[in-house]
Write a protein that binds this ligand. Structure first.
Ligand code: SF4
Length: 400
């Protein structure tokens, strides 16, 4: 296919993979799992002419069932798991005096760090992104739940993001030739897939998840889709871990907003006390912030980075605002905050399905098994910048 769009790092083109998705779905020997990201449900209705920011979670679930998907799961659930892992990791690093810690859920940011700033890789959280966490659990915990062989599972992700395709094929996420995530569709591709199958989302009667695992989410998991959301979700849980009680005021408005770089001081209480956090989005501001960390000017404990201005609500795989942040991202963000407000559970650690996952399978956040399955490592890829493809190729062929 023709490359019509590029990811924020400029390294990727978008391929249409709806054929492969249908191959999986139609193969009777396979168990097809679909997951969709926090931002997808608020950015997808527009593909079918619905007003910007409409929450179409229920219609997406119904449409997946109609085309024959076996199990529909929610990346929001995995966002809650990420908070358990990353929050625990952050507390440990704070105790060790290691600061700052950068979030690791945005693969365009990871690519950028590996290629342009490998000296900061040790500051990146080792927790996998929600997409990879969901896929990993879908091939370990889920087969036990379903009573099927893991080799029969295929995971299709629907993402607002082109860089997630690249993330899915990182060598760290492919084991013996088997990827954790088998296929990533952008929201645009998913819309094409549904149209090909004759489905108009507007005609779908909203449905709900029908399995009692890997699909429930807290309000904290839901807000991952917007800039500042990962930070807010993390603070809600870390505060509870440190103090043994929930934050009085759950909505941390000081972490919200659309400025390129925002900073705040958050009192986590107990022995941890006040921490300095920053939220940055857009690669220009990210570069500026990384430079100030490296020069010693910036003084932060925890930094959230999203490559797309506005975060995933305005991701490169979905219909985008013409002018940054307006009007699509704002409407989508408002819907995401509404989802949080209406959620019965608003903190990741209180999600009963997350509690069950740890009780039945992972034991505890950052346990040995959690580390093995849900954490990753990063690679210095500066050579990708300093050498031409021909030089890299010559180097490989001459040394073998
Ligand atoms: Fe993808 Fe953009 Fe979200 Fe990063 S911020 S995960 S590049 S959609």
């Amino acid at each position: 296919g023709q490359c019509v769009l590029v990811c924020p790092t400029g390294a990727l083109g978008e391929r249409d993979e709806t054929d492969r998705a249908l191959d999986y779905i139609c193969d009777p020997d396979l168990v097809t799992v679909v997951q969709f990201a926090p931002a997808v449900r608020v950015a997808f209705g527009e593909e079918f002419g619905m007003p910007p920011g409409t929450n179409v979670e229920g219609q997406i679930i119904a449409a997946c069932r109609k085309i024959g998907v076996d199990v529909v799961l929610d990346t929001n659930f995995a966002a809650d798991v990420v908070i358990m892992e990353e929050g625990t990791e952050l507390l440990k690093r704070l105790k060790e005096g290691r600061r700052p810690t950068f979030t690791s859920c945005c693969p365009a940011w990871i690519n950028f760090a590996e290629i342009h700033y490998p000296e900061i890789l040790s500051m990146l959280s080792s927790t996998k992104s929600p997409q990879q966490v969901l896929s990993t659990i879908a091939k370990t915990y889920l087969p036990e739940k379903l009573g099927v062989d893991p080799s029969r599972i295929r995971v299709i992700s629907v993402m607002p993001c082109v860089a997630k395709k690249d993330e899915a094929v990182r060598p760290q996420f492919v084991h013996d030739g088997q990827p954790e995530t088998d296929l990533v569709l952008t929201t645009r591709e998913f819309a094409r897939l549904l149209r090909r199958e004759g489905i108009d989302l507007k005609d779908m009667e909203p449905s709900t998840f029908d399995v009692p695992y890997m699909s429930a989410y807290s309000g904290a998991g839901a807000i991952f889709g917007t800039t500042g959301g990962v930070m807010e979700a993390a603070v809600r849980t870390i505060y509870a871990v440190v103090n043994g009680r929930e934050l009085d005021r759950i909505e941390l408005t000081q972490l919200r907003g659309f400025d390129g770089i925002r900073e705040a001081s958050v009192d986590l209480g107990g022995p941890v006390g006040k921490v300095k956090v920053a939220m940055v989005h857009g690669l220009g501001d990210t570069r500026a912030l990384v430079e100030s960390v490296l020069s010693g000017q910036a003084d932060y404990d925890f930094i959230e980075v999203m490559a797309c201005p506005g975060g995933c609500v305005d991701g490169g795989g979905s219909l985008r605002s013409k002018k940054a942040y307006l009007p699509l991202a704002l409407k989508r963000r408002e819907t995401i905050y509404d989802v949080d407000r209406q959620a019965k559970v608003r903190q990741s650690h209180n999600n009963p399905q997350v509690q069950a996952l740890y009780r039945e399978f992972l034991e505890a956040p950052n346990s040995e098994i959690a580390h093995r399955l849900l954490h990753t490592h990063y690679q210095d890829r500066r050579h990708a910048l300093e050498h031409t493809v021909k030089e890299i190729w010559d180097d490989i062929t001459m040394s073998t």
